[in-house]
Ligand binder design. Structure first.
Ligand SMILES: Cc1cc2nc3c(=O)[nH]c(=O)nc-3n(C[C@H](O)[C@H](O)[C@H](O)COP(=O)(O)O)c2cc1C
Length: 324
């Protein structure tokens, strides 16, 4: 399938794997890229630019296809070494960067000078337009359904995607709630040129996470996510567990007096315990409502091939029938 996104990134299928903390290692990115999509290494998970450089080199040994690096810009007291991470990306010959979080404007000149394509992930039409105006090449439009940070506007993709299509000139992919060929065709129908998946890619054989995480996704339904940290305006969609229950009880009790320190135990540094050790109640971890559409743990290639076959079948058979 050819779209402006497949052309821009030199990939076979219009399917991107969004950056995921403690999931987006070289194994994940390479598996997606080898399957014809665009795999993405999560920069900040590597901790230091030197480690990111090593991870990029490792990924290059696992795939000869294009892959990208995610750079998430979060408000923080001691900001990560972003210039160092950008240097590691440029020196590593990576040609695609997925930015997310704050406005990436400050970092664009260095990336563009190195011939890197930038796809910015954001959760509203106004942020998408901003990304377009500062020179981003594409946008990943992340609806309210998404795993991770859906922003504070709560606009689901059935509204957000056509709104984005009405306003944007640069190509965009649909992100949040995407799982199968139906998602892809729907995304294309609403004006997107592909889709970005997070949660769905975690439930695959190659995803370098503990089996407990994959099993939790298969077991979860679309009713099992919760929004946490809303009082801090840092809303995150996570899978419900004991830690999330505790966190929500604190939010209820403290109301607008809630501070990050109050929930430190439930959110800080919990990812390695969950993703590596499989301690499923260790803390809050991002998960999309799309968990309800995850029934199995295929290889990444099986998943991608199945998505493309289903999408083509829907377009050629089901939709063609209605056009007659
Ligand atoms: C476990 C997990 C960790 C994530 N970590 C990040 C991250 O570090 N940076 C980022 O930009 N997005 C992150 N995301 C968001 C994904 O890249 C993607 O936008 C989102 O998962 C799309 O929604 P979906 O889960 O419904 O597919 C994360 C998502 C999950 C599920």
């Amino acid at each position: 399938m050819k779209t402006r996104i497949t052309e821009m990134f030199g990939i076979e299928h219009p399917i991107i794997q969004g950056g995921m903390h403690f999931v987006g290692f070289a194994e994940m990115a390479a598996a997606v890229s080898n399957a014809g999509g665009l795999g993405i290494i999560t920069g900040l998970t590597q901790g230091t630019p030197a480690n990111l450089a090593k991870e990029i080199a490792r990924c290059r040994q696992m795939t000869s296809k294009p892959f990208g690096v995610n750079l998430t810009f979060l408000p923080s007291v001691t900001p990560p070494d972003y210039p160092g991470f950008i240097k590691a990306i440029i020196d590593g010959g990576v040609k695609i960067v997925e930015t997310a979080g704050n406005n990436p404007q400050k970092w664009l000149p260095a990336l563009k000078d190195a011939g890197i394509k930038v796809i910015h992930k954001c959760t509203s039409v106004r942020h998408s337009l901003k990304a377009e105006s500062i020179g981003c090449d594409a946008v990943s439009v992340d609806g309210f359904e998404c795993g991770g940070h859906p922003g504070e506007d709560d606009v689901p993709n059935f509204i957000l995607l056509p709104r984005a299509a009405d306003e944007l000139k640069i190509p965009f992919v649909a992100s949040g709630g995407m799982a199968d060929g139906r998602s892809l065709v729907a995304a294309l129908a609403m004006g997107a040129e592909g889709m970005n998946m997070g949660t769905r890619f975690i439930a695959t054989k190659e995803a370098p996470v503990h089996e407990n995480v994959k099993k939790a996704l298969v077991a979860a339904s679309e009713l099992d996510t919760r929004l946490v940290m809303r009082p801090l305006r840092n809303t995150e969609r996570v899978l419900k567990n004991a830690a999330v229950d505790r966190l929500l009880a604190k939010e209820k009790e403290l109301g607008s007096n809630l501070k990050f320190e109050d929930i430190f135990g439930e959110v800080a540094g919990v990812y390695p315990r969950i993703m590596k050790e499989g301690e499923m109640d260790a803390g809050a971890w991002s998960c999309g409502m799309v968990a309800g559409l995850i029934y199995d743990i295929p290889t990444v290639k099986e998943l991608v091939d199945r998505i493309m076959a289903q999408a083509e079948d829907i377009i050629q058979k089901r939709l063609a029938k209605f056009a007659a």
